[in-house]
Design a protein around this ligand. Structure first.
Ligand SMILES: Cc1cc2nc3c(=O)[nH]c(=O)nc-3n(C[C@H](O)[C@H](O)[C@H](O)COP(=O)(O)OP(=O)(O)OC[C@H]3O[C@@H](n4cnc5c(N)ncnc54)[C@H](O)[C@@H]3O)c2cc1C
Length: 489
């Protein structure tokens, strides 16, 4: 009932925003129309949102280059894997989310020619631009672990992943197909940058809670296997999660990196990073997080140190990284690891004044989430306008990211932080909605945060974000992007 009430309220809010928001943001009398040609590479969360915001700001000559005919709201995949949402709710046809008035070229970008202000597409044709926005996401390497692809494809292997629309559906199906009672469940974390670093344990907590509710928890053996030395990259939340882990009887295999899977025998092989020895674990169900592949240099890194410091920064610094999309590697706009090289605050290319980047594909050391993108998009739009007006760029991204850590079928711990793990809780004592109003703050698992994650955020995504009317923690109100970044520098 509450979900329906919320949806009705949101519909009214969306309609109001359609009138008031657009009036403020893009009514022709108020916005300066501009003719500069802007090409956006990628029509995922970042590409669609930024293109819509550009349109609303009067930048009417926008072209999106995106090869896929489907658009996904990936944050729902964890809930799909845990039987809390349908796969269909996470996807729409690309044509239905391309912002009105924007051109869509359904091709891949193959190469960047920044000296000529053009990109070359996979059919050999080129398009010119005045400004380029790169939002091409992160690449998933399913072949990184021997046996992974095979295991994911076999219906009875027990190998699953919420990092793919097909395999997240398999996750819930497999969970219910397991015959052994009690059963053994392994959940792995990769040794690389990954999008939504909380997802590998969110699915674990949801399934653990389901076992309790279905009366199958007694004797069930659940282990969180991670090359790191802690549950999460930000100590504040990690300490709390560690307490929950112990209370709920979940095992941890810290400093354990998945290196091979034998799906037929249901055995996973790990490298124990402390002893450098191989360890085998049998499973009934194995959840693998996608970007789990070996990089020699990473083996030398102290993962404890990595997880306790700024995780993304360290991983981006350690050398060539396979998960930047292939076409970005060795491109003139990328760093040596293949990520789009941008200033971490202005999001402008470090090499080219008319190129900007946002989302999972850049080398900014933030946690890679859609929430981060909602903070980045207004900065990019603002700075492009400043650049057109030949003014110094003063839009600054603080590194904000949020990770709604689903720790039960109805509770979420809302982790929100900026660069360097600096807390930025919307509902914390210093947040936009101080905790006294709600009687909670981010680190306390709460039904209200689950309600946001399950009902509000998907609704807002499809109805406001894809239209350029949503600004993350600022809701439908345009934020002041000229923030004081001294603390986060
Ligand atoms: C399981 C899971 C759970 C998550 N949970 C959360 C969560 O709870 N909260 C949260 O905030 N975030 C979450 N995220 C992360 C969030 O979904 C991503 O950070 C977000 O989608 C990043 O947006 P993006 O546009 O950079 O990348 P994407 O949305 O992946 O889009 C990239 C686009 O680029 C296109 N592209 C690729 N190559 C080319 C090319 N050569 N030319 C043109 N286009 C190209 C792709 O087709 C794609 O459409 C989750 C992600 C996953 C997988």
């Amino acid at each position: 009932m509450w979900a329906n009430v919320a949806k009705t309220t949101l519909k009214a809010a969306a309609a109001t925003t359609a009138v008031t928001g657009v009036y403020i943001v893009s009514y022709p009398m108020f916005v300066k129309k501009r003719s500069e040609k802007i090409v956006v590479v990628g029509g995922g969360t970042a590409g669609i949102g930024v293109a819509a915001m550009l349109q609303n700001e009067g930048l009417k000559n926008v072209t999106i280059v995106e090869p896929s005919n489907k658009h996904y709201y990936q944050p729902l995949w964890t809930l799909v894997g845990g039987g809390l949402a349908s796969g269909e709710a996470s996807v729409k046809d690309m044509k239905d989310v391309i912002p009105k008035g924007t051109d869509w070229i359904a091709k891949k970008v193959n190469t960047f020619n920044p000296e000529k202000n053009s990109v070359t597409l996979d059919d050999g044709s080129s398009i010119d631009y005045d400004y380029l926005v790169v939002a091409a996401g992160m690449q998933t390497d399913w072949d990184a672990i021997p046996g992974l692809q095979e295991g994911l494809e076999q219906p009875d292997s027990g190998v699953v992943s919420v990092y793919h629309p097909k395999y997240c559906t398999k996750t819930w199906e497999t969970f219910h197909r397991i015959k052994s009672n009690p059963a053994t469940y392994l959940f792995t974390f990769p040794p690389t940058v990954l999008k939504c670093a909380g997802a590998p344990q969110k699915i674990m907590w949801i399934l653990e809670d389901t076992l309790r509710k279905e009366g199958k928890r007694d004797g069930a053996d659940l282990t969180f296997c991670t090359p790191g030395g802690a549950m999460f990259g930000v100590k504040h939340y990690s300490d709390k999660l560690e307490k929950i882990r112990i209370e709920r009887g979940v095992n941890a295999a810290f400093k354990h990196k998945l290196i091979a899977i034998d799906p037929a025998r249901k055995i996973a092989t790990f490298l124990d990073l402390d002893t450098n020895k191989k360890v085998q674990k049998s499973f009934d169900m194995l959840h693998v997080s996608a970007e789990t592949y070996v990089h020699q240099f990473l083996q030398l890194v102290s993962f404890h140190a990595v997880l306790m410091s700024d995780l993304s920064t360290t991983f981006h610094q350690v050398g060539p990284h396979m998960s930047a999309p292939a076409f970005l590697r060795n491109s003139p706009i990328s760093d040596s690891a293949g990520w789009v090289d941008v200033d971490k605050h202005t999001l402008k290319s470090t090499k080219y004044d008319n190129i900007f980047g946002l989302g999972d594909c850049t080398n900014t050391p933030n946690s890679k989430t859609a929430a981060a993108v909602t903070s980045q998009a207004p900065v990019v739009v603002h700075n492009i306008e400043r650049s057109i007006d030949k003014l110094p760029l003063d839009g600054m991204y603080s590194g904000y990211a949020s990770c709604p850590l689903v720790i039960a079928r109805n509770k979420v711990m809302l982790a929100e932080f900026g660069y360097g793990g600096k807390l930025a809780e919307t509902f914390g004592p210093d947040g936009k909605f101080p905790h006294r109003l709600l009687g909670t703050d981010g680190e306390i698992p709460h039904r209200f945060f689950f309600f946001l994650k399950e009902t509000i955020f998907p609704y807002v995504y499809w109805n406001l974000w894809t239209k350029g009317w949503w600004y993350g923690t600022n809701g439908p109100l345009k934020p002041n992007v000229k923030i004081d970044i001294e603390g986060s520098k």
